[in-house]
Design a protein. Structure first.
Length: 325
């Protein structure tokens, strides 16, 4: 089979190589799947750079999320979502996933859309509902609203009946955020984010903040979060990990909530299964649909991973092995 492999750590565009390698042997408790679509995630680049919390042995195939068809066994032919078991990741023609991670791909979504549903939307659902307890009518502030993680939060917020304020960088991304359904769009390159949020909320601030960026985005969030507001810390795409002032949280009476979605899969797998059912129902009702901005052939995967890491893409970039982009 053909698969991208990383033999040494560095920038994805420099260290990913497309190679012919033997088909993998899934082993006990695992499934071999033919990859129909592989969604590019920020951690794919961190894996290449050796900066992710999991460091698979070299060489490895990156790709942490896919839609595929099970090859062989009693479940052969099933179209499923899954998280590959590294070092045999999703950016190849075949991948290996654990049996427990294989979930039915929603019929309402095509392969590329389905591949983008699992991690980003599960993270958004747990962040907004399990951690922040978002209520209908509340104001949700989403940073990087036109990106893969942010766009999922925007759609889930709208599905929950929230008023969504999206923060983006640049007019092109602002247009994407409007199309996603943001009620208010703030361009951080030209607008004062704190002032704009307060103006949009009549001075009250945002009830819930969804922050996959960190750095300056977090600093702005702390200044415009509402009384009894909740800031959900999802990641640090800016590269800067903030150091919250707990005295400020005390004085303003807001909560800072961490979200590590992978822990739910480890400690409460039933909740992940329940979330998948909820997301499948929302997709069937047309309330959520992953924004796939690009569908690229397997040959273009290294460039795609690099561009997602560089923050120059919108929505989701999905690799379709063996198919034209």
């Amino acid at each position: 089979m053909r698969a991208w492999r990383v033999h040494t750590n560095g920038e994805p565009r420099d260290v990913m190589r497309l190679e012919e390698i033997p088909d993998p042997d899934p082993g006990e408790g695992r499934l071999l799947v033919r990859v129909r679509a592989a969604n590019i995630n920020y951690p794919d680049a961190l894996l290449c750079r050796g900066e992710y919390q999991v460091r698979p042995p070299l060489p490895f195939t990156p790709g942490v999320e896919l839609c595929g068809e099970i090859v062989g066994g009693p479940r052969a032919g099933e179209r499923v979502l899954g998280q590959p078991v590294l070092p045999c990741g999703a950016l190849g023609e075949l991948a290996v996933i654990s049996e427990e991670s294989a979930r039915p791909a929603p019929e309402a979504l095509d392969d590329a859309e389905a591949a983008a549903l699992h991690i980003g939307y599960q993270t958004g659902w747990f962040g907004l509902h399990r951690r922040a307890r978002l209520l209908k009518g509340e104001t949700l502030l989403v940073h990087a609203a036109a990106g893969g993680v942010g766009s999922a939060a925007v759609q889930l917020g709208k599905a929950a009946g929230a008023r969504v304020v999206g923060v983006v960088g640049g007019e092109a991304k602002a247009e994407v955020a409007r199309e996603l359904g943001c009620d208010v769009v703030i361009d951080r390159r030209r607008d004062d984010v704190v002032r704009a949020v307060k103006e949009a909320t009549g001075g009250a601030g945002a009830d819930v903040v969804y922050d996959p960026v960190g750095g300056d985005a977090y600093a702005a969030s702390a200044k415009c979060v509402a009384f009894e507001g909740r800031i959900v810390v999802v990641g640090f795409a800016s590269g800067a990990v903030p150091t919250p002032g707990l005295n400020h949280a005390l004085v303003k009476n807001y909560s800072i909530l961490g979200l590590h979605w992978g822990l739910y899969a480890q400690r409460d797998p039933a909740s992940v299964a329940g979330c998948h059912e909820e997301l499948t129902a929302l997709a069937a009702d047309g309330l959520i649909k992953p924004l796939v901005s690009e569908r690229v052939a397997l040959d273009g995967a290294a460039d795609a991973v690099q561009r997602v890491f560089d923050g120059v893409t919108t929505g989701r970039v999905v690799v379709l092995p063996g198919r034209p982009g």
